[in-house]
Ligand binder design. Structure first.
Ligand code: SAM
Length: 418
């Protein structure tokens, strides 16, 4: 029925699907051949019994990125290649330099490590094994995230083929794995040290993470557009504690200007470090907007203000959601949608949206103030006061420009100002 060649020869549908994928997932498909992507789309359309590629595109458009059709497509489009102790030099660097230093600095609190784009788990489990082999008995919290649900399922099981252990030294095989007929089972005590979560590094629904000691994100960013890499790096910067490290694959960030992280050169690898000094606000580069084909939306804030006045919430919400899809790393669409949710008394929805906004920019004054109001509504006045204070410190304008939310907040907190 569908043949990649036939349906795609016109190019429009094919381009439409590619744009849809890059705007929802921000995956850079430019390194794969047009033919192979066409075949993936075609096979998926057939699997879902769509009569045409246009039908398949509609199916994807109607579904959220965590739905089953997207999950299948992501599984086909992402490259999951990984193995234990990948890159011996970097593993030695972690064992001999980075982990001992981070453990010293974390002074008795659990070490916090994130493997972003962890595939089937070999990378975060290697980190868990390295930590287990160090003399320190300090606890560690290890998280592995990936956009592909199928690889995460495999990661949680902890069974591996010989191929995954091709760089694993014999003593580690002996001490950390149980050999079955065709597979190697990771010891449950190591398996249980890593928690796995689905997450699109370029998406909006991210778990806010801060205060991390180490982020390992290797062989993931190579598939991203440059503008997106800059935005992801800024997010990593906010997730790390000052002095925390980011380890990428070799050369993955080569040629990128204005990195928000310092560069540390070790014998086996370059590592990036969140500066310990407080960064002046302007020193953080604003990432260029991804994908030029996306339309620049009209003044969203103005539109939402109008919708609030006219109680036309659905129109405002649709505009915010569209803007969030097109510019997944921007805070304002989330904040504005949260205001619309609050106006309708949908407080928990407002809270979720603000969590996303604050994940993208933990110092976003207007979102901090709005979140303070949510906490005040929920009766957590202590948290509300703290957020109010933080929000005012990060407020970009003068006192005379403070938003109405502050007056409402102060009313709930029973104070006038200051
Ligand atoms: C080549 S594997 C790398 C695995 C591991 N980091 C390593 O170096 O061995 C790349 C992984 O990145 C994941 N990935 C690709 N795009 C992603 C995104 N936007 N968000 C999260 N994970 C993503 C893929 O699903 C895949 O599992």
């Amino acid at each position: 029925m569908l043949s990649a060649g036939e349906e795609l020869s016109g190019g429009d549908l094919y381009q439409g699907l590619r744009h849809l994928v890059s705007s929802r997932l921000a995956l850079d498909l430019s390194r794969r051949s047009a033919r192979s992507i066409a075949e993936v789309f075609s096979a998926q359309a057939e699997h879902h019994r769509c009569r045409s590629l246009a039908d398949y595109q509609r199916l994807l458009e109607l579904e959220k990125e965590d739905g089953p059709a997207w999950a299948r497509l992501i599984d086909q489009l992402t490259i999951a290649e990984t193995y234990f102790f990948r890159d011996t030099g970097q593993m030695e660097l972690l064992r001999n330099e980075l982990f001992p230093r981070l453990l010293r600095e974390s002074e008795g609190r659990p070490l916090r490590v994130w493997s972003a784009g962890c595939s089937t788990g070999e990378e975060p489990y290697s980190l868990a094994i390295l930590l287990d082999g160090l003399p320190s008995r300090q606890p560690a919290q290890l998280a592995g995230t990936d956009i592909n649900l199928a690889v995460l399922q495999a990661a949680r099981k902890g069974f591996y083929r010989e191929r995954s252990l091709r760089s694993t030294p014999p003593p580690i095989r002996q001490n950390y794995f149980i050999q079955h007929k065709n597979t190697w089972e990771l010891l449950p005590r190591i398996r249980d040290r890593v928690s796995f979560w689905p997450e699109n590094l370029a998406g909006a629904s991210l778990n806010p993470r801060t205060g991390l000691d180490l982020i390992v994100c290797r062989n993931v960013l190579i598939y991203f557009e440059r503008s997106l890499i800059a935005a992801v790096l800024e997010r990593f910067m906010h997730s790390l504690r000052p002095g925390g490290f980011l380890l990428t694959g070799h050369g993955e960030l080569q040629g990128l200007a204005n990195l928000p992280l310092d560069l540390c050169s070790f014998e086996n690898s370059i590592v990036y470090q969140r500066p310990r000094r407080v960064l002046p606000a302007l020193a953080i580069p604003t990432p260029p907007k991804p994908a030029a084909h996306r339309p620049v939306p009209p003044d969203l804030a103005g539109l939402v203000a109008q919708c609030l006045l006219q109680a036309d919430y659905a129109r405002g919400q649709a505009a915010c959601q569209k803007a969030a899809r097109e510019r997944p790393l921007e805070v304002m669409p989330r904040l504005l949608e949260a205001r619309l949710a609050r106006a309708q008394g949908r407080w928990s929805e407002a809270r979720d949206l603000l969590s996303k906004a604050l994940y993208l920019d933990p110092d976003h004054g207007p979102s901090l103030l709005e979140m303070a109001l949510v906490h005040a509504h929920e009766g957590d006045l202590r948290k509300a006061r703290k957020l109010r204070q933080a929000g005012l410190e990060c407020w970009p304008g003068g006192r005379q420009d403070l938003p109405e939310v502050v007056a409402e907040l102060d009313c709930r907190l029973g104070k006038s100002d200051g």
